[in-house]
Design a protein around this ligand. Sequence first.
Ligand code: BTN
Length: 289
Amino acid sequence: MSPAAPIRWPAEAIWEAVAPVLPGFTVEVLPTVDSTNTELMRRFRAAGPAAAEPVLLVAEQQSAGRGRMGRAWQSRAGDSLTFSLGMALQPADWSGLSLAVGISIAESLQPALPAAGQPRIRLKWPNDLWLADARDERKLAGILVETASWGELRYVVIGVGINVRALTLDPTPVAAGQAAALAPAALQDILPGVDVAQALALVAAPLVQAVQAFGLFGFAPFQARFAARDALAGRAVQLSDGTEGMAHGVGENGALLVHTAAGMKEITSSEVSVRPLARQASPGSARPC
Ligand code: BTN
């Protein structure tokens, strides 16, 4: 088998678009690293302010990609886009940052909402992008936001993983009585022929802009945009503590509003996982995530 052609990353074009609005910004591409989030956190913890310049770190391959709640994030060179944006940020309120990131990525990949029944990128609170159509909904991308402090300085690392080409992942063990996972969605399902470099070119500069806007204005200006793609709104959901209720969108602070038997609950902890209970189109669809 011939070796894969080198990926032509749009590093310079991204730098040209971003550096004027974000001084000190750099783009770095690594052939392999354990995890782009881990790498940026390691640099910041070792050097503090000296390592807090804004950077977009792209990895062609991650050997220990991480997801939320201690899960692993699987990816494959050329098929998956994996990168992290690290920068100092001082929002008055951090809540809703991962939602703002999800909105930016979704709108960059699919600027206009397609007609009903067509595959649509939806946002599953707090940090997943799903590709949903009339039949099912499958995970397209995930976001992992981590922060660290050095004195007064707050540093954020925003990790994004997007399945660009169809992936066959190592099977996740399935608990008794639970449906097996569907294969993840791929960006090529809606943008045929797109590659990882083109996907990065679509999302990178708008993401920086969204994070800067969040730093200034918080989540409130993103609330309506989230609602337009909210995957859970109006659906029966179950929280990881077993509580069941009906999802009612998100508040001005990005909290998930769930109407339960005990009244309206505001879910703010990213450590709470939420899964929809309805819309099991076929056996084997929608696993908890
Ligand atoms: C999730 O869905 O649980 C979040 C997945 C986040 C994956 C990305 S890939 C780039 C960055 N590096 C990591 O190790 N994780 C994030």
